[in-house]
Design a protein around this ligand. Structure first.
Ligand SMILES: Nc1ncnc2c1ncn2[C@@H]1O[C@H](COP(=O)(O)OP(=O)(O)OP(=O)(O)O)[C@@H](O)[C@H]1O
Ligand SMILES: [Mg+2]
Length: 382
C-alpha cells in the first residue's frame, strides 16, 4: 500500500471551480473519508487521484511518485463505485479472476489470489454463483473483492454503499472498516453521509464549494469544528446555531438573541466571545448539551415545545426560541405537549462560539489548546 498526497489541487470546468486548491495527505494505511454536500467536489477530487480527469493545477503523489500525468491504468489504484457493475453472466469466481486475466496472471496465481480474497471477504462459499443469485451486500463484497484481488496501492471508493438499504449499509459499514483494519489498506472514501465518515474513517476531510474546510480526526471535527459549516454538517441532528450579541454587565458576560432572550456565558466563553470582530456571534450547541427544566431557574431561557419525537432510547425535543427552532434531547420517557413552556440551559463547556461575520470558530486552535493543557499534551504524545 502507499499514501496519497494532494498539493493545492485545482480542477476547473470552464468557469466552474469544482476543486479549489485542496491539499491533504492520506497516510499509508489510513482510511480517509471525503464528505460534504452534493456538488462540493468529492467525486472530482477522487477522479483526479484516479486519473480519470485531468488536473488543472497542483500535484498529486502516490507514495513518493508524482502521478499527475500518469495513465490511470499505471496508477495501480483500485476504484469501487456506487454502481459496481458485476459481469452478470460470469460466476463470482470469474468476476474476481477477470481483472487478473486481463493483466496476464498465471492460472495458478489467479486461483490463489481469488480464493485468498474470497476468504478475507467471507464469500468463499459463493464462488460458483452468479451475481443475480446474491444479496445486495454479497454483490457489494464481490465488487470489493474485484478491487482487492489486484493488490492495489490504494483504494478509491465513491459512495460504495449508497445503493444498499439502511440495514445492509450499517452491516457493510462494519465490514468495510474490518476489511481496512485487516489488510491495512489505504482508502480514500467519498460519501455525503456524515455518519459513514464518522464511524469508519481515521480522518475526515470536510469539503464545501470545492474548498477543504477541515481535515482531522472524527473526534476533533465533532468536538472542535473550525467554522459554522463544519459544525452544522457533522453530527445528527445537526448542531443548533443561534445568532446573538455579546454584552457584559457587572462583569457577567451574556449572549442576547435578536428577540431579547438572554443566556449567561462563563468567564472563559465570555473571553472568547469578546474576540469576535463585531460583537456578533453564533452560538453552537448540540442537542445533548442543552439541559431542560420544567420551571424557571436563574440562568435559563424560556422556550416552548414545538414537537416531541420519541425514538425509542432518546427523545428529541424540538423547541421554539423566538423565531428559531432548536433540537434538544431527553430520556425515553420525556413527554410534553405543543406550546408547553420549557426552560433551557446551555452547558458552558460544550458550547461553541463562532464569529458571526467570518463564521470561524472563536475557540483556540488545536495547537493552542495543547499548549494550554500540558498534561493532556503529554498524554497525546505518549
Ligand atoms: N464534467 C463536468 N463538467 C462540468 N461541471 C462538472 C463536471 N463534473 C462535475 N462538475 C461540477 O463540479 C462540481 C463538483 O462536482 P462533483 O461531482 O465532484 O460533486 P460531488 O461532491 O461528488 O457531489 P455528489 O454528492 O452529488 O456526488 C459540481 O458543481 C458539478 O456540477
Ligand atoms: Mg459524487
Amino acid at each position: 500500500m502507499a499514501g496519497i498526497t494532494l498539493y493545492d489541487v485545482v480542477k476547473m470546468y470552464g468557469e466552474v471551480v469544482a476543486v479549489d486548491g485542496v491539499s491533504l495527505e492520506v497516510r499509508d494505511g489510513e482510511f480517509v473519508a471525503l464528505v460534504g454536500p452534493s456538488g462540493c467536489g468529492k467525486t472530482t477530487t477522487l477522479n483526479l487521484v484516479a486519473g480519470l480527469i485531468d488536473i488543472t493545477d497542483g500535484d498529486i503523489y502516490l507514495g513518493e511518485r508524482l502521478i499527475n500525468d500518469l495513465d490511470p491504468k499505471d496508477r495501480d489504484l483500485a476504484m469501487v463505485f456506487q454502481n459496481y457493475a458485476l459481469y452478470p453472466n460470469k460466476s463470482v469466481y470469474e468476476n474476481l479472476a477477470f481483472p487478473l486475466r486481463m493483466r496476464g496472471f498465471k492460472k495458478h496465481d489467479i486461483d490463489e489470489r481469488v480464493r485468498g480474497t474470497a476468504d478475507i471477504l467471507s464469500i468463499g462459499p459463493l464462488l460458483d454463483r452468479r451475481p443475480r443469485e446474491l444479496s445486495g451486500g454479497q454483490q457489494q463484497r464481490v465488487a470489493l473483492g474485484r478491487a482487492l484481488v489486484r493488490n492495489p496501492l490504494a483504494f478509491l471508493m465513491d459512495e460504495p454503499l449508497s445503493n444498499l438499504d439502511a440495514k445492509l449499509r450499517v452491516q457493510m459499514r462494519a465490514e468495510l472498516k474490518r476489511f481496512h483494519q485487516e489488510i491495512g489498506a489505504t482508502v480514500m472514501y467519498v460519501t455525503h453521509d456524515q455518519l459513514e465518515a464518522v464511524t469508519m474513517a481515521d480522518r475526515i476531510a470536510v469539503m464545501n464549494g470545492g474548498l477543504l474546510q477541515q481535515y482531522d480526526t472524527p473526534d476533533e471535527i465533532f468536538h472542535h469544528p473550525v467554522n459554522t459549516f463544519v459544525a452544522g454538517f457533522i453530527g445528527s441532528p445537526a448542531m443548533n446555531l443561534l445568532p446573538g450579541t455579546v454584552s457584559t454587565e457587572d462583569g457577567q458576560a451574556a449572549i442576547r438573541g435578536e428577540e431579547g432572550w438572554q443566556h449567561p456565558l462563563s468567564a472563559e466563553n465570555g473571553r472568547r466571545a469578546a474576540a469576535s470582530t463585531t460583537g456578533e456571534v453564533i452560538l453552537g450547541i448540540r442537542h445533548g448539551n442543552i439541559r431542560l427544566h420544567r420551571e424557571e431557574r436563574p440562568g435559563t431561557v424560556q422556550t416552548r415545545i414545538y414537537t416531541v419525537e420519541p425514538t425509542g432510547d432518546l427523545t428529541y425535543v424540538h423547541l421554539r426560541l423566538g423565531s428559531a427552532l432548536l433540537v434538544a434531547s431527553a430520556g425515553a420517557n420525556f413527554r410534553a405537549d405543543p406550546d408547553d413552556p420549557i426552560w433551557i440551559e446551555f452547558e458552558q463547556k460544550n458550547l461553541h462560539l463562532f464569529d458571526a461575520k467570518t463564521e470561524q470558530t472563536l475557540e483556540p486552535s488545536g495547537r493552542e489548546r495543547v499548549a494550554e493543557e500540558p498534561a493532556t499534551a503529554a498524554a497525546v504524545l505518549a
